[in-house]
Design a protein around this ligand. Structure first.
Ligand SMILES: [Zn+2]
Ligand SMILES: [Zn+2]
Length: 59
């Protein structure tokens, strides 16, 4: 994939694919505050913002 740019409002959009995070989607929240879709987090494995390992902690 490559280097990813955090969006201005990471709590509302997936940091990886920039898609909207809606209530019905499974999401993963990093300790730094970034939120990604569960499947997006599974692709990168580490947070694009802080580099911390991402696990599927939130569903
Ligand atoms: Zn996504
Ligand atoms: Zn992070």
């Amino acid at each position: 994939m490559g280097i990813l740019r955090p969006l201005g409002d990471p709590m509302r959009s997936c940091t990886l694919c920039a898609g909207p995070l809606v209530g019905s989607s499974r999401t993963v929240a990093c300790v730094c505050g970034l939120v990604l879709h569960e499947r997006c987090a599974a692709e990168v494995l580490t947070c694009p913002g802080c580099g911390a390992p991402l696990r599927n902690r939130l569903v």
